[in-house]
Every structure is written in structure tokens, then in C-alpha cells.
Design a protein around this ligand. Structure first.
Ligand SMILES: Cc1ncc(COP(=O)(O)O)c(C=O)c1O
Length: 403
């Protein structure tokens, strides 16, 4: 039985081999390995792709978030709102600035921060004497852009700076009535991207970028990523070593030209999944009006998650769980003082979410085999349902948490 991969980097590399070889040969002959022409060229091209004034290459998505927050003036004593259903790096970057992450639960339809929950939280806070949060980091989780129209309105009202976590959302966006797409990462004060190898746009190592339309913020991030440097041995402030390598920039340049088409192929696979999978038992990812997902992940939700997962593994189909433990229940967040039940939507997602194979080189036959395996795995479960146990990810409480 041929294995179906969760992400197929070998197939991607085969498609871009000659482009990468050309880029790496240039880095090799130019002998500039940190920063330099390849990095500058990638920054220009990525900014152009997104339709934004500045892209600043940095060493990872985590550093992109950390530097964007610091440059936005966030530091010790501040609070920054984000969601508990994201990769740990979102909260870690907030913590690294000296600020405290504050969680607002996600919306059960989109898995992104709930604008209603956000408003409720801020209104409640406004009635207390406590200092209000100064910024928020909405995450475009799984590649689906967050509800930015509503988020922007609330942020303006409550004086919050927005730093977008677009680490899973390269090429995602919102399609306007004029047919033009505004890209995820370009609406906040800054947007942060990870180029970790498995991302929609991935390097061959660690890499990231901050994008912004704000000239001053861009200058500060350029300085912070490079030891606070303003000229060779003049350092304006203590900064960081968070620069982008030329080799990574070369790989990213070779891949960037393929990104739009690769995302289109992901969207096609997602449409086929939606056609073939059983909506009675699975809650499938949908795009709200105007949202264009980059389908970094295709995450279904079901109370029968573990049953399906075992069947996929038995049938040589790789899958994942994003994420099995919400951030507020991670040991790293213990000082925030949360307990189970604090963010019920995120907790339910952790118990029911299953990520199916998703990448641009997934074939229709492979999607069909995944869907058939899921269907077969659910045969017994359907009988149980028919026997009266009506329980789906949407209509009933999740199973008890294992801990
Ligand atoms: C939502 C999110 N935020 C931040 C990051 C951090 O990016 P990196 O691993 O490049 O530091 C990731 C990476 O997986 C992510 O998925």
C-alpha cells in the first residue's frame, strides 16, 4: 500500500529543483550568506506579492512576532490578546517581549478569534480599573483569514494595535466586491509570517518575515533584527540576531513564483474533500463570505476523531492534530492561572480536530482514498448513531478530556 503523505516536500522539491539550483549557485558565487542581495530581492518580491510597502526577512515566524510586537512598543507590564487555539509560538512571542498573553476563545465555525467574545471581554475589562490590553494578535489559523472587518472595528474602538499572525496564511485573504484580494498579513500594523519548511511557502530551514505599510515600524524592525545596528559598528539599542540567511532567501525566491498556483491546488483538494466527506458526522472547514483560505491545513472535527485517526494510520495515511492541548492548559502557561473549562470552544476543538493530508501535490485519487478510509472507519459509528447515540462535533458536548 502506497503511503499518503501529510505534506510532500519531496514532490515540491522535484518541481522547483532547477530554480533552486540557480538561486543557490548565485548565493554560492556571491559569498553573502546573511542578508545581502538574495535577501533584499526576496523581501522586494514578497512585499510585491502581498501588495505591501515593506517585507523584512527574519530568522523565524516566532522572531517576526516578537520583533513586530517590540517595535510596536509592547513590553513589560502590557497585555496582548490572542487565542488559546494556536501554535505555542504566538503566546511565546508575546511572553518574550515581557508582556502577558490574554486569551479570548475562538469562534466554533472558523476556529479563529471570536469577534463577539473579543468585544465582550473588552467591555468587561473597561468596567474595571485594570489597565487595558494594548495590542492583539489575531491568528489566521489553518490558513483561514480571521474576521478582520469586525476585529478592526473593535480594535479601533478600544485602542488596540493589531499584529497579525499570518504564519499559516501565505496567500490567504479577503476578496472585495471589486474582485481584488487583500492579503492576510497586510491589514494590521504588521503581519508576521513563518517559512518553516512545511508551510505553504517554506524554506529549507528556519525563516520568517514581518510585513508592514508603516515606514517607521519597518526601520525599527530592520534595526532590531540586526543587533540594533544603524551603521556597521553603531548600535542604537540592544537588538537581536534575527536575520534571514541568503540560502533560505534563495529557496524562498525559487518557491514564491509557485505559491499562488500551489494554493489553488490546495483549494481544489479542499473542494474535493468537501464533496466526498460525510457532513453528518464530520464538521468540515468552510470559508465565510469573502474569505479565501490558503488551506495550510484541512481540519475536520468529529467526536469520532480517534477512531478515524487509527484507521488512517492503519491504512498508511499520515494525519495530525492541530492542536491536541489548547495553550491555556499547556504547562508553559501555568502562571496565567487557567483551568479546564475556561475556553470551552478551544478545548472542544482540541478533542475533536483532525488534520487530513493537505499539500499541492495531493492527487484526486489520494483525496478519494482518504475519504473512503474515513467513510469505512465510520461504518460502526454510523450504526451506533442509528441506534440512538446521536453525537456529532457540532450537536453535542465533546467526550471528556483525557488527562
Ligand atoms: C500560528 C503560528 N504562529 C507562529 C509560528 C511560529 O513560526 P516559526 O516556527 O517559524 O517560529 C507558527 C509556526 O508553526 C505558527 O503556526
Amino acid at each position: 500500500m502506497r503511503q499518503i503523505k501529510f505534506v510532500d516536500l519531496a514532490a515540491q522539491n522535484a518541481e522547483i529543483q532547477s530554480d533552486v539550483e540557480r538561486e543557490l549557485a548565485q548565493v554560492h558565487s556571491g559569498c553573502a550568506y546573511v542578508g545581502g542581495v538574495a535577501v533584499e530581492a526576496f523581501e522586494r518580491e514578497f512585499a510585491q506579492f502581498l501588495g505591501v510597502r515593506h517585507a523584512i526577512g527574519v530568522s523565524s515566524g516566532t522572531d517576526a512576532l516578537r520583533l513586530a510586537l517590540i517595535a510596536a512598543g509592547i513590553g513589560p507590564g502590557d497585555q496582548v490578546i490572542t487565542t488559546p487555539m494556536t501554535f505555542i509560538a504566538t503566546a511565546a512571542a508575546i511572553h518574550q517581549t515581557g508582556a502577558r498573553p490574554v486569551f479570548v476563545d475562538v469562534d466554533p465555525e472558523t476556529c479563529n478569534i471570536s469577534p463577539r467574545g473579543l468585544r465582550r471581554y473588552l467591555e468587561r475589562r473597561a468596567k474595571t480599573t485594570a489597565r487595558s490590553p494594548r495590542a492583539m494578535v489575531p491568528v489566521h489559523l489553518y490558513g483561514l483569514p480571521a474576521a478582520m472587518d469586525e476585529i478592526e472595528t473593535i480594535a479601533r474602538e478600544f485602542g488596540l494595535k493589531i499584529i497579525e499572525d499570518a504564519c499559516q496564511a501565505h496567500g490567504a485573504g479577503w476578496r472585495g466586491t471589486d474582485g481584488r484580494t487583500v492579503m492576510a498579513g497586510t491589514r494590521g500594523l504588521a503581519g508576521c509570517f513563518s517559512f518553516y519548511p512545511g508551510k505553504n511557502l517554506g524554506a529549507w530551514g528556519e525563516a520568517g518575515a514581518v510585513v508592514t505599510n508603516d515606514d517607521e515600524l519597518a526601520d525599527r524592525i530592520r534595526m532590531l533584527r540586526d543587533h540594533g545596528r544603524i551603521s556597521h559598528y553603531a548600535h542604537q539599542e540592544f537588538g537581536y540576531n534575527a536575520r534571514l540567511d541568503a540560502i533560505q532567501a534563495g529557496v524562498l525566491r525559487a518557491k514564491l513564483g509557485h505559491l499562488a498556483e500551489w494554493n489553488e491546488r490546495r483549494r481544489k483538494a479542499a473542494r474535493l474533500y468537501r464533496k466526498l466527506l460525510d457532513r453528518e458526522i464530520l464538521k468540515l472547514p468552510e470559508e465565510p463570505d469573502g474569505a479565501v483560505s490558503a488551506y495550510h491545513l484541512f481540519v475536520v472535527r468529529t467526536a469520532a476523531r480517534d477512531l478515524i485517526r487509527e484507521a488512517l494510520i492503519r491504512n498508511e495515511i499520515q494525519c495530525g492534530i492541530h492542536y491536541p492541548v489548547p495553550l491555556h492548559l499547556q504547562p508553559a502557561c501555568r502562571e496565567l492561572g487557567h483551568s479546564p473549562g475556561d475556553f470551552p470552544v478551544a478545548e472542544s476543538l482540541a478533542d475533536t480536530a483532525l488534520s487530513l493530508p493537505m499539500h499541492p501535490h495531493l492527487t484526486e485519487t489520494e483525496v478519494a482514498r482518504v475519504a473512503q478510509t474515513v467513510h469505512d472507519a465510520l461504518a460502526g459509528y454510523r450504526e451506533l448513531l442509528a441506534g440512538g447515540l446521536r453525537r456529532t462535533a457540532t450537536s453535542s458536548p465533546p467526550p471528556p478530556r483525557r488527562r
